[in-house]
Ligand binder design. Structure first.
Ligand SMILES: NC(=O)c1ccc[n+]([C@@H]2O[C@H](COP(=O)([O-])OP(=O)(O)OC[C@H]3O[C@@H](n4cnc5c(N)ncnc54)[C@H](OP(=O)(O)O)[C@@H]3O)[C@@H](O)[C@H]2O)c1
Length: 275
């Protein structure tokens, strides 16, 4: 698997939200596969420590960008700081919600912050890096979503809605970019033992079916290029199949054909595996 990841997505990957949890696990797996890494998150000391470890252990090159993905000018800064690199893989990992409350019981700013993190952020970075990948005819974009994206519900309504945006965006990118040689995919994650989830809810450690970050990252990378949606973990796949009972690829093809028909655009079917 290692050689093929480097071949398909090297020489550089960018992990957004790389300083701990699932993002750190992606960084470790990609470094072991020989990809150079741009590590992005807010906490510079953690990024620098991880980067030094990965350089020493795997002999890869690294670059750290300490930036808040919700800040104004984030995408411009990332563009500037990576202008000299060939980024063949974008993994947009950051995006958990911390805490639960009814929409109207939290300030609007908190909801708009989630929109910036889970909608504006992935769209801006996918738009920038995806354009270069399409020109090169190779590359990969993975957006992390959640089982929570598969339905509306109380207490995390804005989170669920923003994670749905990532799912639907990744599916559309999958259909548009696959013919150009670029793999886009949504990785749907269920309960996973990450520092940010444990930090917001210590009892989370006992949650049934809890996955480890390394398992999630390994399953996601193994599915890259095979289909539009990957769900990490057998237990989570069972839940996802109940919430998303229709196969995704035929549904995406049908909706794409309908849009092509309405707007007089060319249409084509894209083949992909189901999760
Ligand atoms: N853990 C779960 O149970 C679970 C369940 C379903 C879905 N997911 C999805 O899995 C992904 C990872 O979740 P997670 O639990 O590891 O927590 P997370 O808070 O989404 O991600 C943690 C990483 O993202 C960085 N980060 C968070 N906010 C950021 C911001 N505004 N700007 C830049 N970097 C930021 C953190 O570093 P800094 O603090 O240094 O910035 C850290 O490296 C998310 O997309 C989440 O929705 C997780």
């Amino acid at each position: 698997m290692s050689a093929s990841l480097l071949e398909r997505y090297g020489p550089w990957a960018l992990v957004g939200g790389a300083s701990d949890g699932i993002g750190e696990a992606f960084a470790r797996e990609l470094a072991a596969a020989g990809l150079n890494l741009v590590l992005l998150a807010r906490r510079a000391p953690l990024l620098n420590e991880l980067a030094a470890d990965l350089r020493q252990t795997h002999g890869i090159a690294t670059r750290c960008i300490a930036v808040d993905l919700t800040s104004d000018g984030m995408a411009d800064r990332v563009r500037r700081e990576t202008a000299d690199l060939e980024i063949g893989l974008l993994i947009y990992n950051a995006g958990a919600t911390h805490g639960a409350a009814h929409v109207l019981d939290k300030p609007l700013e908190a909801a708009l912050g989630l929109v910036a993190l889970n909608c504006q952020g992935p769209l801006s970075l996918a738009h920038h890096f995806g354009g270069a990948m399409r020109e090169r005819g190779r590359g990969g974009i993975m957006l992390l979503s959640s089982l929570a994206a598969l339905s509306g519900g109380s207490y995390t309504a804005v989170y669920n809605a923003t994670k749905s945006f990532e799912l639907i965006l990744a599916e559309g990118l999958w259909h548009e970019l696959k013919p150009a040689g670029v793999d886009a995919m949504c990785l749907i994650v269920g309960a996973t033992r990450t520092p940010s989830m444990l930090g917001s809810m210590p009892s989370f450690a006992d949650y049934p079916g809890l996955m480890m970050p390394a398992q999630v990252a390994a399953e996601g990378l193994a599915f890259m290029g095979r289909g539009p949606v990957c769900v990490a973990g057998a237990h989570n796949r069972d839940i996802a199949r109940r919430l998303l009972p229709n196969p995704r690829a035929p549904q995406i093809n049908a909706l794409s054909a309908a849009s092509a028909g309405i707007f007089g655009k060319p249409g084509q079917d894209v083949a992909g595996e189901e999760f």
